[in-house]
Structures are given as C-alpha cells and as structure tokens.
Design a protein around this ligand. Structure first.
Ligand SMILES: C[C@@](O)(CCOP(=O)(O)O)CC(=O)O
Ligand code: SF4
Length: 395
C-alpha cells in the first residue's frame, strides 16, 4: 500500500507510540485486502466496549494504547454500547464488579478521544456523516445503516481497526469504499406489505441467503428509518451484510445495477410468518421485555409510552437507548409514563452486551430479529420474538 512521507513517519513512531500502533493495524489491513492507499475519514464508530465481550485483556490493551497520551481521535468518533447503564447500573441491578470494570473501559476510550455517546445508533445523536463520506464504523447494524441509508462508505471494521482509524483519521481504501463494490448481487422481490417485526424477519431470511453480498429490495410499502435500522441489523446478524439497497428509498438504489443482477428471490407472507415463529425459542412468557436493538429512537420510545400509558406492566420492561435520546424522552414526559407503568428507559447498554444472564432473567421478549438471533447464543437465554404491542402484558 502506498504511504505518504508523513504516513511513513507515523509508522516509524515519529508521532508517538499510539499513532505508531494504530498505523500498524491500518497498514496490515490495507496490505491484506490489497488497498492502494489510505483515505481520510470524517467519522468513526468504535465497537468492542462491553466488558462482557472484551474482558480484562481488552481493558489492558486500551490503557496501554492511551499510555503516552500521544494520539487522540480528532475526527467525530463515538462509542458503541457498553455492558451497563453507566449512570444507573446500581438501581437496575447490574453486578458491581462488572460496572467498575465497565467504567474503566469507557474512560480508557475517552482518553483516546472517543466520545462516550455509547450507542449503536450514533446517526441519531450527532455522528452523522454525509453522502459518500469515507468513514470507519464497526458495529454491524450501524455499518449497514451508514452505508445503505446515509450512503457514506465503510467496510465492516473490527473494533480495534475503527479505533486505529479514529486516532489516525484515515482508513485503507478498499471494499465498500470503492464505487464498483457497492453494486447489488441479489434482487429480493417482496410480495406482501411489511410492518414492525416483519422487517427483522425479512432481514434474517435474506442475510442468511446473501452472506456478505449486497441485496436489493423491491418492497410493497415504504419503510421509515426505524424499519430500515431493524432490517439492516437483521441482515448484518444472520449474514455479514454491510450494504443493501431499497428501490426508490435508499440513496444509491439507482446506481446499484439491479437490471444486471442474475440472482432473484421472492418473499411472501408465508416466509415472513414462518421466520417470525422460528425466531421464538420457547412457549414461556418473557420475564423481561427488552426493546431497542438497535438503540431506540425517540419515536420508538413514544410508541411504547402510548401503549403503556395509564397501565401496569406485568413483566419487566427495558427500552435501551442512548443517554442523548433519553434526555429528550425525559423532557417529553415519555420516560415518566413508562416508569409509572413499571418499565425503564435504560441508557448505554443493550440485551446482548449486558450481563443479563447474571441478573436473574430467563426469557427475554424482543422485537428485533438481531436480538432474537444473538440472545440465545451470547447470553444463553430463551427469546420470544414479536411486535411490541404483543409482547407487553398488563396486570
Ligand atoms: C452484537 C453487537 O451489536 C454488539 C457487541 O459488540 P461489541 O461488544 O461492541 O463488540 C456487535 C455487532 O453486531 O457488530
Ligand atoms: S446487539 Fe443490538 S442493541 Fe446491542 S449493540 Fe448490537 S445492535 Fe445495538
């Protein structure tokens, strides 16, 4: 990979150890994937934050990287969810040993200049690249959203690579950064109207079929941004999709080359309903309904507030979101309505990266196909997959 004189000096340690180590990662990646050079990025989204997923080794790596204070992110860079609500972990019943380690991890990232936004929906809270910007994002649903709905350009980066890119302000130019790799290779004709959890079911089916390919959807009805985040999260979890197109909806659909695609799939009501059922792993009633995978938008919190207003919820209810979105939900009175009904708006964390398996829960109710896919494997718990209005039960 070609390096400028300054980039070579960065590799040689002339700008300090943090930058040298970060350049090591970027150059190794660039060489493996045949990148021609590094390209400037405007934004980074860094995953690998939960103590549950990175453990003590991850914490040590971060503290070591920040040691000589020589390199910090100077572009817009934000963090993925950690394993606790950073402020209210005690009230919500998170284990203390975990919360202490978790705060150290988040502080180590902040020392490297990564903002403690702690969300997988950074595009709702100020980390919003522009169309065709080069970026380095790592949480897979956020990658799918920023590539597909915003039309910025990123590969599915690992956490350490996105961190290195944030610190250097550059990423290797290959893969989805190049226009020719953003073409569709599967056309999906959907013959039924979709709503709510149907979008997750569609994403789950197509992610499995397309793997790391680029699906192009022809839908009967127009999805909103919440539907697109649900769809992308599911595509990126059952497969390793980084980019999808929706006809007449996403910004690059007309340059996706749909007319030249040979592989076609037809999806109807039957396939969607079968998948919805398949994602549920038990007949038992959930003891925790956990919404917000990916992290909830203000409209999604409002929807829940409308459903539970003036009622008492039987099971526990968490809606996971960022601290920024919750601040507005507080002002709008949604949080108060949800808390009066017995639920919680939980900040920072989520049902997958929190240690919920250590917190006495057995069956989790979710409206996200990604969560339904990961909770059994990453937390060892059963899931019920349905729309919000069917999951919440009242006294
Ligand atoms: C499951 C996931 O959404 C969250 C866990 O990621 P991490 O702990 O930030 O590495 C990661 C992903 O899908 O990229
Ligand atoms: S598992 Fe879901 S809520 Fe958790 S970080 Fe990933 S997309 Fe976000």
């Amino acid at each position: 990979m070609f390096l400028t004189k300054k980039e070579q000096e960065m590799c040689d340690g002339e700008y300090g150890e943090t930058i040298r180590k970060s350049m090591d990662i970027l150059v190794a990646l660039g060489d493996i994937y045949g990148a021609s050079k590094l390209v400037d990025i405007t934004s980074a989204q860094v995953s690998g934050v939960s103590y549950k997923t990175i453990g003590d080794a991850g914490l040590e790596y971060l503290e070591d990287l920040a040691q000589d204070d020589s390199g910090k992110a100077t572009i817009n860079a934000s963090l993925n969810p950690p394993g606790t609500d950073l402020d209210n972990w005690e009230e919500l019943g998170f284990p203390e040993y975990f919360a202490i380690k978790q705060n150290k991890i988040v502080d180590a990232y902040a020392n490297l200049g990564i903002a403690k936004t702690c969300t997988c929906t950074p595009y709702l809270v100020g980390n919003v690249p522009r169309f065709r910007d080069h970026v380095s994002w790592s949480e897979s649903s956020a990658v799918a959203y920023v590539n597909s709905v915003i039309g910025a350009r990123t590969n599915r980066e690992g956490g350490p690579a996105a961190l290195a890119a944030a610190i250097v302000g550059k990423t290797p130019l290959y893969g989805f950064h190049l226009e020719q790799n953003r073409k569709a290779n599967l056309v999906v004709n959907v013959s039924t109207e979709l709503k709510g959890a149907d979008f997750g079911a569609l994403g789950y089916i197509i992610g499995k079929a397309v793997g790391s390919g680029v699906p192009y959807f022809k839908l009967q009805n127009t999805p909103n941004n919440n539907d697109l985040k649900t769809l992308g999260a599911a595509l990126a979890s059952s497969g390793s999709v980084a980019l999808y197109h929706v006809e007449n909806v996403t910004p690059e659909f007309d340059i996706a080359g749909e007319a030249d695609v040979e592989d076609l799939m037809f999806i109807g009501e039957k396939e969607i309903n079968e998948t919805r059922q398949k994602l549920t792993t038990t007949d038992k009633t959930p003891d925790l309904i956990c919404l917000g995978c990916p992290h909830a938008s203000l409209e999604e919190i409002k929807q829940v507030a409308t459903i539970v207003q003036g009622k008492t919820i039987k099971n526990k209810l968490w809606i996971c979101t960022s601290v920024s979105v919750k601040a507005t939900a507080d002002r709008m009175g949604y949080t108060q309505i949800i808390e009066s009904a017995g639920g919680n708006v939980v900040c920072d964390t989520c049902m997958v990266v929190a240690p919920i398996e250590e917190m006495g829960f057995e069956v989790i109710g979710v409206n996200s196909a990604k969560a339904a896919n990961y909770v059994p494997s990453m937390c060892g718990l059963d899931v019920v997959y349905n729309d919000v209005e069917n999951l919440i039960q009242f006294e």
